[in-house]
Design a protein around this ligand. Structure first.
Ligand SMILES: [Zn+2]
Length: 139
């Protein structure tokens, strides 16, 4: 459930391909890349609950969270209820987000203009990084 994309080519179609050293192995159907992940345990679940709720608070929709984290929008909506999360109204700004690999995010940060005039947060996402940026609505 937590694994949705190939870490090499970002393709969505990955299939389970046996257990290696107690880890689930997957294969990407597009580039044939094999990779393993730690078995999904309680700890990782907690991590994703926090991430999902964080994104929810940042103003992302359930569907967007589903797309980014690979967690069903139903689960996210259940967590929001379970933890009684109330999202503040975002009137003056809206979040935009983009996924970068390490090299891309370093390039992005080099340009000072990209860091001015907007708040932002970077969150780790597998081997990639997500940058959420707030931009003010124009008057
Ligand atoms: Zn792939």
């Amino acid at each position: 459930m937590m694994i949705s994309n190939c870490p090499r080519c970002d393709h969505k179609q990955i299939v389970k391909s046996g257990i290696v050293n107690d880890k689930q192995r997957y294969r990407c159907k597009k580039c044939n890349y094999f990779f393993t992940v730690n078995k999904i345990g309680k700890k990782i679940d907690d991590y994703y609950v926090t991430k999902a709720l964080q994104l929810y608070l940042e103003g992302l929709s359930y569907r967007e969270i589903e797309r980014i984290l690979g967690i069903s929008h139903v689960s996210v909506s259940n967590w929001v209820k379970e933890f009684k999360i109330k999202k503040p109204v975002h009137k003056d700004y809206h979040p935009t987000y983009k996924i970068y690999n390490h090299e891309e995010i370093v390039e992005f940060m080099k340009n000072k203009q990209n860091l001015s005039g907007a708040g932002m947060v970077i969150t780790e996402l597998g081997d990639k990084f997500m940058l959420i940026k707030w931009e003010r609505f124009k008057d």
